[in-house]
Design a protein around this ligand. Structure first.
Ligand code: G1P
Length: 878
């Protein structure tokens, strides 16, 4: 049985029985773009991008299928062979017998040590792996072998690393021919692989990348000999887990020395070191560096390796926007892992981990903005520039580029030239920008000027045309207004906004004609209100292109039917790319009034028309119309159809009134809560595909309970919790988060290392770990809602929503985060209630006002860490 336990609040943990966790993996990555994944058996890949894989690309299946994994062999003097990675035919055969190795993983942010103990041999191998923080594109490994037996033990150590050394596409496309391009040379510390040419979607190019496997002993000695090809190592009769070079006494391997070369074959870095003899209790270590355009020789030394490991651990800890304490130390530790997930997605995008076996790097539009929620909580000054640059991806018609490269400002429309508009894309930038403004009080970001994105897609993706579009620009606020107002005017026949290519739910992609997303109509209703609030708080005048001002100030009489709304939109689309009208400076209050009119219109429309019931006790909001123009939710035959997305955004967008909010929470609990699977799921079972399911999207082709078809989808579940907190439904919100947390940490069932996965499958297994927007949302929710530490026009609002059982035994709960350029610890002291009545900082007592506790930013000025003690009590102190 595998069991996981945290060792401290930093998130260090120990997993026993780890050989049973063959499919659980870790990312090891750095800012330089090195991206590795690694399991307790050292499976997983290692690359810097789509075209530069050192170890062959891995999907979740190849993690256990492939034997082409990192390996380190001990050839004992008696002829026996043992793998420190557990990847030998003999160890696999013994896996379920009493002779199985005992395997423990110790891990932390972001390193792992796998301890593998072979009782029969009296041997313990500890393999530590990490990618050093910084820009060196190298993965490091230390193998330490200890003699735990009573007698001396002698063996010859051999590192064996398969070198794929090319682009991911060649796994299937010319795998053999691209091997003919490979050139390998033996150097003093190991092997160097280059290619004469590469050929892929970029064309035929000179091979410029260099893949290396270098190794030294702890005393600094390089390998005594090497092999460079798979054939030479495995032999014709052998395999990676039973290599002829080590296992077949009748086979003489063609060992190589520095200067020797090989070409035209599948390559390996096989580094054999001098034989050792260990007395009882003695240890010996070997250091390895797997590099892509970076040899990493400097790390092949005990001190340098230790130093880099310590630096890496510190770097990852610092990526956390907040450190929480309270009743449950495991929760604090788990949140440390959740807290680095936004950084992982910043580096890996939505590709490059075993479940994320799609895409070619880069990030999607909505993910970019949502990951920034947590990133800006850590470092708003740096994120400010990124946010401003991201706006250059917005087209003048309110749609946007969908693919974002590694560098801010690096945009493209869909790679396959598919014209697809996701109707939710206009929603996310405001959410993030508003958080930035509230945290910092920096309204000037709204007046920053940015260009509009220009390509051949026109009229909300309805046409392709290569007519040149003149360069034009506008303020960030104008970009935001265009995104939200054009969405308002993109009306479907029931008055909600058209679904088009899909919304947040990528798998609702088959209702482009008549589909509507009621859910995101509610979301946009909330956004229009938020925008109005920002304008009022900013004050002064808002300068807009004449065409945009006209769109904004459309007579409300034109809202009344979907046809009229669409006519307004089409008129705008015809003129938006070739602006001719003079700029207009509108009073901010006038802009806000117009936005509020639109928001009110949508809210009252949805409240009036979209609440559905099961005919018994439950009532909630319909989320969609399908491609037949039929309402999706409610009672259909014997089935009740309900989806979570509409509930989230009707709460968040203020569409549901307080009574409806309570009804929604009850209906979600009744129809969507699935405790055995880990929480609130995305939808009820709509039945067999085709027969019962609405024409809405591929999601209904997925088996029920998986991914977008009704899984416990953590991203949406966390947004649901956030919405509940926002609406004052604290206990309900806390319960949703608690379920996700306990499921994530239930290793026996979920099978994932700490962190929150994208979803839990019907068996409760955590899927698509690490690279999910759930990470950013959870940090955002915990900090700004549960602990209630958030900016309000740059001032610090302290408004905790912690339940009594979330405080430590001494009645405290605290969070350390960044605010106003300082490290701030807010420590809540619970006396006899939940209401913040006063704060103490720098020896000063600040009483709460009638609207609660809000500390002016000026009070927080200064350097160095700051502690704010907040008393929570039943009543206001007189
Ligand atoms: C993923 C995608 C996200 C999409 C969601 C639902 O969610 O990254 O863009 O909205 O699926 O289709 P995530 O991985 O962020 O949890």
């Amino acid at each position: 049985m595998s069991q996981m336990q945290f060792l401290n609040r930093d998130g260090d943990f120990v997993l026993t029985g780890a050989d049973r966790a063959a499919g659980s993996y870790f990312p090891l990555v750095n800012e330089g773009g090195m991206m590795s994944s690694i399991t307790p058996r050292l499976a997983g890949d290692c690359k810097t991008g789509q075209n530069t894989f050192l170890l062959a690309p891995c999907s979740e299946q190849t993690l256990h299928e492939s034997r082409a994994t990192r390996n380190f062999w001990l050839s004992f003097e008696d002829g026996g062979l043992w793998s420190a990675a557990g990847q030998s035919a003999a160890q696999q055969a013994a896996r379920f017998t009493p002779d199985a190795d005992e395997v423990t993983v110790r891990g932390g942010l972001l390193w792992q040590t796998v301890e593998r103990r072979c009782a029969a041999r009296g041997i313990l191998a500890a393999v530590t792996s990490f990618v050093p923080a910084g820009r060196d594109t190298v993965e490091l490994m230390r193998v330490q072998v200890t003699n735990t037996g009573a007698a001396p033990v002698g063996f010859t150590p051999t590192a064996a690393i398969p070198l794929y050394g090319r682009g991911a596409d060649h796994i299937r496309d010319h795998r053999h021919v691209t091997a003919l391009l490979q050139r390998l040379r033996v150097a003093a510390d190991g092997v160097v692989l280059t290619q004469t040419l590469t050929f892929d979607e970029r064309g035929h190019l000179p091979g410029e990348d260099c893949y290396t496997v270098y190794g030294r002993t702890g005393a600094g000695a390089g390998p005594r000999r090497c092999l460079g090809t798979v054939q030479d190592f495995c032999g014709f009769a052998g395999s990676y887990d039973c290599p002829a070079a080590l296992a077949d006494p009748g086979y003489t391997a063609p060992w190589m020395a520095p200067g020797d070369t090989a070409e035209g074959y599948e390559m390996m870095g096989v580094l054999q070191f001098e034989p050792v003899r260990l007395e009882p209790g003695a240890s010996c270590s070997w250091y390895l560096a797997l590099g892509i355009n970076c040899g990493g020789e400097t790390y092949l030394d005990p001190d340098a390796f230790e130093g880099a490991l310590a630096g890496t651990r510190r770097w990852w800890q610092a990526q956390n926007a907040a450190a929480f304490t309270g009743a449950d130390p495991d929760f604090s530790a788990w949140m440390r892992w959740v807290g680095i997930q936004p950084t992982l997605r910043r580096i890996c995008g939505c590709s490059f981990l075993p479940h994320h076996d799609y895409g070619r790097g880069g990030r999607g539009w909505r993910d970019l903005w949502q990951d920034s929620l947590a990133l800006l909580l850590t470092d708003p000054d740096t994120v400010r520039g990124d946010l401003v640059r991201y706006f250059a991806g917005v087209r003048a018609d309110g749609t946007n580029a969908t693919l974002i490269g590694r560098e801010p400002g690096d945009f493209a429309a869909d790679r396959n030239n598919i014209v697809r508009v996701w109707m939710d894309h206009g929603y996310w930038p405001l959410l993030t920008t508003a958080l930035y403004v509230e945290q910092t009080g920096d309204y000037s970001i709204l007046r920053e000027e940015q260009p509009y994105f220009r390509d051949n897609r026109k009229f909300r993706g309805e046409q392709l045309s290569d007519d040149p579009v003149p360069a034009q620009s506008g303020t960030v606020l104008e970009h935001l207004l265009i995104q939200n107002i054009t969405a308002f005017f993109d009306a479907g026949e029931h008055g909600s906004i058209r679904l088009r290519g899909a919304d947040w739910n990528d798998a609702l992609d088959m209702a482009p004609d008549r589909g509507e997303s009621v859910a995101f109509t509610a979301a946009y209703a909330g956004n229009l209100q938020t925008l109005a609030g920002l304008c009022r708080a900013m004050g002064g005048t808002v300068t807009l292109a004449g065409e945009v001002a006209a769109l904004l100030l459309t007579d409300p009489g034109e809202y009344t039917t979907p046809q009229r709304r669409n006519a307004v939109r089409r008129r705008y689309e015809q003129v938006c790319e070739h602006r001719t009208l003079p700029l207009r400076a509108l009073p901010a209050g006038q802009v806000a009034d117009a936005l509020e009119r639109m928001s009110d219109f949508l809210r009252s429309h949805l409240r009036r028309t979209e609440f559905v019931t099961d005919g018994a006790n439950q009532c909630w909001m319909n989320s969609y119309y399908d491609n037949n123009g039929d309402r999706v939710e409610g009672v259909h035959g014997t089935r009740v159809r309900m989806m979570l997305t509409g509930q989230v955004f009707s709460l968040m967008g203020g569409v549901a009134d307080d009574e409806q909010a309570g009804q929604i929470a009850r209906a979600v609990d009744w129809y969507l809560n699935s405790p055995l699977r880990g929480g609130v799921c995305l939808n009820t079972d709509f039945g067999p595909f085709g027969q019962d399911t609405p024409p809405l999207g591929r999601q209904f082709g997925f088996a029920y309970g998986h991914k977008e078809n009704g899984a416990v989808f953590c991203h949406m579940a966390v947004m649901y919790a956030f919405a509940l907190y926002l609406r004052g439904l604290t206990a309900e919100g806390a319960a949703v988060l608690h379920e996700l947390y306990t499921q994530s940490l239930n290793f026996e069932v979920a099978g994932i290392f700490p962190g929150i996965p994208e979803y839990f499958d019907p068996r409760g297994r955590g899927m698509y770990p690490y690279l999910t927007g759930a990470g950013s949302w959870l940090v955002y929710c915990m900090l700004t809602r549960c602990y209630g530490v958030r900016g309000e026009r740059g001032n610090l609002r302290l408004d905790p929503r912690l339940l009594p059982d979330q405080f430590a035994a001494d009645g405290t709960a605290s969070v350390t985060c960044r605010f106003a350029g300082r490290t701030v610890t807010v420590c809540y002291h619970r006396e006899d209630g939940d209401c913040p009545i006063e704060a103490r900082l720098n020896g000063q007592v600040i009483p709460a006002g009638p609207d609660g506790l809000c500390l002016p930013r000026t009070l927080l000025a200064g350097d160095g860490p700051l502690t704010i003690d907040v008393t929570l009590a039943e009543r206001r102190r007189s």
